[in-house]
Design a protein around this ligand. Sequence first.
Ligand SMILES: N[C@@H](CCC(=O)N[C@@H](CS)C(=O)NCC(=O)O)C(=O)O
Length: 204
Amino acid sequence: MTDYHIYGRPFAGSLIAEFLFTAADCPYTISFPDETERKTAQFLAKNPTGRIPVLVCPEGHSMFESLAIVHHITERFDELAPTASGAERDRYLSLITLLATTVYPAYHRQHHTRYYGLEDGFDGIKAKAREMNDTLFDYLEDQLSPYLLGQTVCAADFYLYMLTRWDPQKDQMLANRPKLAAFCDQMRGHNVVETVLAKQPRKK
Ligand SMILES: N[C@@H](CCC(=O)N[C@@H](CS)C(=O)NCC(=O)O)C(=O)O
């Protein structure tokens, strides 16, 4: 059986797959296709959006969308997410979905604004995306105790930590959110996070 393979970009959305495989002690390989490669028919067959992350499974099929990839990994490896049906799992599902479908796209609008409008509208698009995430980070601040599900780190915490790394005004984001600031410190020192970040290729 071959290892999982991730198509990713350093420090970008592929971090969540790397965090979860590392937490599960599951070997994987990773490559970093550039924009030209992501536009090829071969890559678009793996992900029609041309984006990363893409996960190629040991069985040979591949999958896209980070939320689907998270579910795939947490279903195969216990202890990364609540498995028994009930309030805790429902809460986990709501949170991970919120992060993947709302907070992540709001960062995409800030970092890849050209997809969303003409240049003279960029400031407004970025401001609205920031406003959205400000509201959601206030909500998440209330949820943390100290992690999203309490004392134990779960897949949603790795996801949230990944997203916070992309904030263009991180000091401002953390200024009035002491629980989020403490969470980021704790996650930054987590051995899984340290291991994965240390492996990211640096720009030359
Ligand atoms: N909804 C997708 C979003 C993926 C995404 O936006 N990936 C970014 C990197 S973090 C990307 O490939 N950006 C390049 C581009 O949009 O051209 C997911 O959750 O996987």
